[in-house]
Design a binder for this molecule. Structure first.
Ligand SMILES: C[S@@+](CC[C@H](N)C(=O)[O-])C[C@H]1O[C@@H](n2cnc3c(N)ncnc32)[C@H](O)[C@@H]1O
Length: 400
């Protein structure tokens, strides 16, 4: 039988006591047990903050990784084709499908010239944020291929001849209202365009003579616009080429349509005393110094990106001078699933605008400010077999 005497005389007790004695001694020397943990587990490594989704870190990493991510997608497509049984693979071969995949690879190379240049510009413009070892090179920063592709399509919509028709449909009503002001008065007037994307509308407004500020939160957009504004990157019209439709084979009538090239920019923008950028969150913007507020705030395809549309409307209102105008054109495509606090109908948004303090011109107003529906598209592929048509709403609200 195993007795207490046995235990006291056994090696087991000594084996159990040694760690205990060591622990007591360590506590005596080092104090609180929390000081022991780093010794046992090693020094705590600072946890790298995950860069915010639209941050310069993530955007730059995404542009830099564009070619790799796009080729990885193509590799999956190649594998799917290679898995076909021989007779079907042969039929695909006769159709030129392997050649089509090779052309997609060429298109990645074409687009990567722009994407890589944007990534390099990001490095020059944000040396602190993107220092070696920072987010740009950190393996943990996953690139967002979809956002890069979206920005490349915005080069086409905003800054190419191919995008002209789409631009005219949606910029037209806005520019007509602003064009009614005497040119001499425009120079002293300030316009803000929040959520400006690649900035073409804001630039067009500045070309009318207004002191215009383009504001944008996402660095996927900001870096792309900087690429156009930079004399190092963009010196002449149609200097760059993209194959913007090559990543989606659906709804295409011919392979040539998939791989067609689009040159950009049709006009070369530059910052000036009439055209400024305010990168960051619109909700953090303040009224311009030395003024009662902006003379106009123009929201294009913007208000429905708000997580709280009331906050957005209140902020537009607060940034305007009394009598200033809020010009809006866009759909109501809310981020669903509870991300947006209130997903409102047009009727509800207009009621909210009145509550916040806007007099919105009615449909029978008889002027260019009349509220109306504008049928339009958004970064569409003109030759595709599918169209996504918006019945966007245009209105002009005057701050009471
Ligand atoms: C649907 S896009 C429209 C872009 C541009 N107005 C156009 O028509 O091409 C909405 C834009 O608003 C930007 N955005 C969303 N919330 C913002 C905020 N709080 N501050 C600034 N920009 C914001 C997004 O990054 C996005 O580029």
């Amino acid at each position: 039988m195993f007795t207490v005497q046995h235990l006291l005389a056994s090696d087991h007790l000594i084996a159990a006591l040694i760690p205990l004695v060591l622990l007591v001694l360590s506590l005596h020397i080092l104090g609180h047990p929390k000081h022991l943990l780093p010794l046992i587990l090693g020094p705590a490594r600072p946890r790298a903050a995950v860069p915010a989704h639209f941050s310069v870190e993530r955007a730059a990493a995404s542009y830099a990784q564009y070619a790799r991510l796009a080729r990885a997608e193509l590799a999956v497509m190649r594998t799917a084709y290679a898995r076909l049984r021989w007779a079907h693979r042969r039929a695909g071969y006769d159709l030129g499908y392997p050649r089509k995949l090779a052309r997609a690879d060429d298109a990645v190379r074409t687009n990567a010239v722009v994407a890589d240049a944007v990534a390099r510009l990001a490095h020059r413009a944000f040396p602190d944020e993107l220092a070696p070892g920072g987010g740009f090179l950190r393996p943990g920063v996953a690139g967002d291929l979809g956002r890069v592709r979206e920005a490349l399509k915005h080069f086409v919509r905003d800054w190419s001849e191919e995008g002209r028709a789409e631009r005219e449909a949606i910029f037209g009503p806005v520019l007509e209202v602003l064009g009614e002001v005497e040119p001499a008065r425009r120079e002293s007037m300030r316009v803000l365009v929040p959520g400006a994307g690649l900035g073409r509308l804001a630039w067009e407004i500045s070309q009318l003579g207004y002191a215009t500020t383009a504001n944008e939160l996402s660095y996927f957009m900001n870096l792309a616009l900087r690429f156009l504004l930079s004399e190092d990157c963009t010196r002449a019209p149609n200097q760059h080429v993209l194959q913007p439709y090559a990543s989606w084979f659906s709804h295409q009538r011919t392979a040539d349509a998939v791989f067609r090239e689009v040159a950009f920019p049709d006009a070369v923008p530059r910052l000036s005393d009439r055209f400024a950028l305010a990168e960051g969150d619109f909700l953090a913007l303040r009224a311009p110094a030395g003024a009662d507020g902006y003379d106009a705030v123009v929201t294009l395809f913007f208000i429905d990106t708000s997580l709280n549309v009331l906050e957005t409307l209140e902020h537009v209102h607060s940034l305007l001078r009394p009598g200033g105008r809020w010009i809006n054109l866009g759909p109501l495509l809310w981020t669903s699933g509870g991300a947006t606090a209130m997903e409102l109908s047009l009727e509800e948004v207009l009621a909210l605008a009145a509550t916040v303090g806007f007099d919105v011109a009615p449909p029978d107003d008889g002027t260019k400010c009349a509220r109306r529906t504008v049928e339009c598209e958004y970064t569409a592929d003109k030759t595709a077999m599918m169209r996504w048509l918006y019945q966007a709403e245009f209105w002009v609200g005057t701050k009471r």
